[in-house]
Ligand binder design. Sequence first.
Ligand code: ATP
Ligand code: MG
Length: 792
Amino acid sequence: HETIVSRILEGLNHNQKEAVIAPYNGRLQIIAGPGTGKTKVLTSRVAYLLLHEGISPQHIIVTTFTKKAAAEMIERLETLLEGQAVDLSKLLIGTFHSICFRIIKMYGKKIGIADYNIADERDSNQLLKEIVDTLNRGDLDLLASMPEEEKVPLQNPKDQKYDIKKIKRQISKLKSSGLSYENYHKVGDSSRVLALFYGKYQTRLQEHLLLDFDDCLLRCLELISHYPVLNFIEHVLVDEFQDSNEIQLQLMYNFARGHPTNPKYQNNVTIVGDPDQSIYGFRDAQAINFEKMNDYYKLKYGKSCKAIHLIENYRSTSDILSLSETVMRQQQKRIQKTLNSQLTTSFKPVYKNLKSSDEEASWISYHIQHILALPESPFKCSDIAILVRAAYQTRSIENELVRRRIPYVMVRGRAFWERPEVVAIIDYLRIIAHDNDRVAFIRSLNFPKRGLGEKTLESISSVAAREAATTGISIHDTLKGLVSGEIKGVKLTTKNKPTLTTFLTFLEESRKMMDEIDEYLSIEKVSLDKRQDMLSKFFKFVVARSGLSKEYEEQENQTLNMMEVEKQFCSFIPQEMEMPLYIGGTEEDITSVNQSYLSRFIESIGLYETETATSVEDKAKGKVSISTIHGSKGLEWPIVFVPGLSEGLLPASFAISSGGEEAIDEERRCFYVATTRARALLYLSSYTTSGGGFYGRSIDKVSRFIDKLNNNKMIKDTQEAFNDWQSLVKLYGIIGQTTPTAPTAQGFCINTFNRLLHSRFDAYFQGVKFPIKTEEFVDGKHIETHIDPVMG
Ligand code: ATP
Ligand code: MG
């Protein structure tokens, strides 16, 4: 153990070591700036707790902000604990959402929700739309009698109609602050209008056995605060604590409650975070949670949490830190802090203002090419990131990268799961896995078109709801009954019947196939390749037999071809399946959560949507990353571009028009997060033009963050950045990614604005000589261009 412990502590500075080896029983807050090794310390501390303190992995909870961060942490732990008998698959690690959902699967039966599924954004919207559309006389009279000021915030100002987005947002806010419907409608000063919708929404969700994203947290909190199901937990660690909201704080307290009779195992918590990087205010995250946590435990133990500050920054050069810090200091109320760069070489950040977003894109791509092409350049595409405030900013940049054949990847996995063809497949997978999923069932029933009218669909849906409530049969069996005539209530034409029978048979066959796969997987240890292969076959079957593949083949401007979708799906599945399913628990609990492979897959996709950005393609090395700033949290690259530093982009126009200091400060923190991702070179740019913004809004001023900066913080002449190429190469030797990865032969890009719909390019940087074909759809026309990769 000694050698392993010294391996864990190797290279850490004094304060980092102190944090890692702090006694496991106690409460520790590590508050420190970007790049000071917070995540590294947290990981090392987990390793230390496992190894030195001998805590079992299943007794530790670690929350990270994204799944990707969890996967990375596990990877680092594997390296640290190599050769040790520690089963890391038992560690309870993941986002709050995924941990809570696993707890619900495991113990949810105590409050009757074990077999609930996740309602995604579409499901929630659909249910709310139904509620708003079907308000009955009584509801309308009631609403009419309620005060205007309660109604206005939920209405569309134009036509006074109830706006489902606004309602959802308000309900979500209540849930994030820990207020269930039962508690909310009892509160004296609550809005009765909101309470009415909240109540109806919860009833709908319950009817469909669904939990929305917020419910995952709220109901889990209800569960663990009433039942001691987690009393085996000995330590809880939280990364990115500044972005936790009230309910997550409450969850953390309850995760850590520990064993009722053994004080040693109670309330042992380690959190790390940086208030300056709090950028999820729109999701009700609150940096004030640092103080709240301290107060909470102070009340219990009579003393504050142990605090450790880290000031050595190992990520960025001093120039990058100095620029970032200066921008933060423009803000009035802030505790100033120091960060000392541990890197000895430094280069001034480069800044340029351009005339349009296209020019800016071209400036960026030029520099990328330039850096990569310099003699003996050690830089690879994967060392470079472009970070934008809003996803729509990537259009020009993507076009330009494609034009110059620079491979890139959009670190924006969520977009993939939102594509219409992907969404349609997920619906099919859902109804195969759960024959009572009424929401997805109704959506799939007439997509692709099966000749059923709106009215018929509605009546099938309501008969199914009636059957579910009275006889408890699934929508699948209800439809079967309707076709055979055993169940009455829907008029089906003679044409409908055979179509529906085919549909039902297809579902039954798919389920059978799924069962066979499950059975096979449960008896044998099957290799990854084999699993992917089986799933790929299953996937093909579903896509073909459901009629989806035909549907999309026929659509001329299909955005993503089915093969590509299949590839993405199948590469995603096994990765997800590695996540542990069992949480503590007895044999009996374990058998009761014996879910099918497919259900687990679908659940993980559902949860995927809770993340702002994670890449499905993050294994795609050798490509420039394009990400939103929000999605770049916790990450780092040797070279970072932050475009769009114009008023209206960063700060975003909604923040400016809200007029509040706080909204601008949140934008400033965004800027800070973006610039502190860079290790060696930072490129900032803005553009000013009339028009050119989103929806033609004009972008005509440089961002206040840049405008106020003293010129000595950055340079405008781009040549100077490289006057010391040798030092840069040397610096790269220290910070560069250690595992060189070759560019992949084919880059896959998705242009969000449908101008350039589907394009492939080849390994330009390896000088591979085969023709590159780009395909563009311009004004509905398909244009193919062949380019010689060497001659350009
Ligand atoms: P953020 O606030 O952005 O999440 P962080 O504080 O979590 O940043 P890390 O990502 O843990 O910082 O570390 C930043 C970089 O510094 C990583 O590359 C990490 O490996 C490196 N690093 C941290 N501590 C040390 C150390 N003692 N010696 C060398 N490198 C270190
Ligand atoms: Mg971190």
